[in-house]
Design a protein around this ligand. Structure first.
Ligand SMILES: [Fe+2]
Length: 399
């Protein structure tokens, strides 16, 4: 029975890998560096659109980040309206409210400003604008028939990579179940990675979001769907995270470290949008849904355990990552183990605990079941996991 389940899983992954190779590969035009967000605002104005809707959250309005961008857009001759009703894990209702604002303001372009939540919401709002306005018609894979309204993104955290992925995750307003919107048409036209907008991110959020970026890159590198191109992107991301995340956490105003982390997130996004993710994300999503654990924090907690579980299947790949971050050891096995140890050391250095206070042993069977259901026949993992493996792993994360 277990073998049959694994066979079906493997066949589904092989089929997905084939389909993925047929999906057109487009990278949004990307402005990088201090004040690059202003360059993007100028590019939006030059596109010919006159009215733009900024999709964001209230905090970014309150701390003045949005105001500076609005000034830049207005200086370039644009009429700007703001929808700041996006909260973490955005719901269908929030996206529908954003779409209503877009219609009433007759916006011709959408600019997402924020972390993964505003960017994901903006993707769906822009797609609703040209596809009949019904969010439920767009849910699932390849459901966006017509190109969305011109969509631009300025990430203000470095981790989700949403600015370069073809997916959006929106929660059902009633059940809070996460719904996936996956379509290459959801990719923004252009993005700006502006470190000056990230200087105020608190250390704990910098640490957690940075580990999300690392998890995207590592899961992409170990995925059965990896290609030479996704490998190159994943390696670039891993090197940037190990070289810069401790600096960005220790000194949030280190512009060079912030820029490097923005790029790490961007490369990680390019890698996993082609390969998909793995068990780390499946378990982290489940912990997030049950306990409200921030996504990056949950990934950081789970990552070393899943790497240990995958060691035999991924030894050569883990050893390659070790070499990329400067770990030397005589054998491939030692280098692979050295990489897992380096992940643990990085997490300790940036203040992320190896256990989760909220995690209750009594919840573990249900968490394992839900996480494995998310990954089954869906995530191209290097080694198939049974419920008993997942439960044993979760027990190690209890305080
Ligand atoms: Fe993630």
């Amino acid at each position: 029975m277990a073998t049959l389940r694994k066979t079906i899983h493997d066949a589904a992954i092989a089929a997905t890998a084939l389909v993925t190779r047929l999906v057109p590969d487009r990278v949004p035009a990307t402005f990088v560096g201090a004040d690059s967000s202003r360059e993007l605002c100028d590019a939006v104005a030059r596109s010919g659109a006159k009215r733009v809707l900024v999709v964001t959250d209230r905090t970014l309005v309150e701390i003045g980040v949005v105001g500076r961008l609005v000034e830049a857009l207005e200086a370039a001759g644009m009429s700007v309206s703001i929808f700041d009703g996006i909260t973490p894990d955005p719901t269908f209702a929030a996206v529908e409210a954003g779409y209503a604002k877009l219609v009433s303001e007759r916006a011709e372009a959408v600019l997402a400003v924020g972390g993964g939540s505003p960017i994901d919401a903006a993707k769906v709002i822009a797609a609703m604008a040209t596809n009949g306005g019904r969010i439920e018609k767009l849910e699932g894979r390849f459901r966006v028939r017509r190109p969305p309204l011109a969509l631009y993104a300025i990430p203000t955290t470095a981790g989700t990579g949403s600015e370069v992925t073809l997916a959006a995750v929106i929660s059902d307003s009633a059940s809070h179940a996460k719904k996936f919107f996956i379509d290459p048409k959801l990719l923004p036209l252009a993005v700006a990675l502006d470190p000056l907008l990230m200087l105020g991110l608190p250390p704990a959020m910098t640490a957690a979001t940075g580990m999300d970026a690392l998890t995207h890159a590592v899961e992409a590198f170990l995925a059965k769907t990896a290609t030479p191109q996704t490998d190159a992107h994943a390696v670039a991301s891993v090197r940037l995270v190990f070289g810069n995340l401790p600096r960005a956490v220790a000194d949030g105003r280190d512009v060079a470290a912030r820029k490097a982390m923005a790029l790490a997130s961007w490369y990680g996004g390019l890698a996993f949008t082609r390969t998909s993710v793995g068990y780390v994300h499946a378990i982290a999503h489940t912990l997030g849904a049950r306990y409200g654990t921030p996504h990056g924090r949950a990934n950081a907690l789970v990552l070393p355990h899943v790497l240990e579980f995958s060691l035999d299947a991924s030894q050569e790949r883990l050893a390659r990552l070790a070499t990329e971050i400067g770990i030397e050891a005589p054998s491939e096995r030692e280098r692979a183990l050295g990489f897992i140890e380096a992940v643990r050391e990085l997490e300790a250095k940036i203040g992320l605990a190896p256990t989760l206070e909220a995690l209750r042993p009594a919840d573990i069977p249900a968490i394992a079941k839900q996480a494995l259901a998310e990954a089954y026949a869906n995530y191209p993992v290097p080694r198939f996991m049974e419920a008993s493996d997942c439960e044993a792993m979760l027990r190690k994360m209890c305080p």
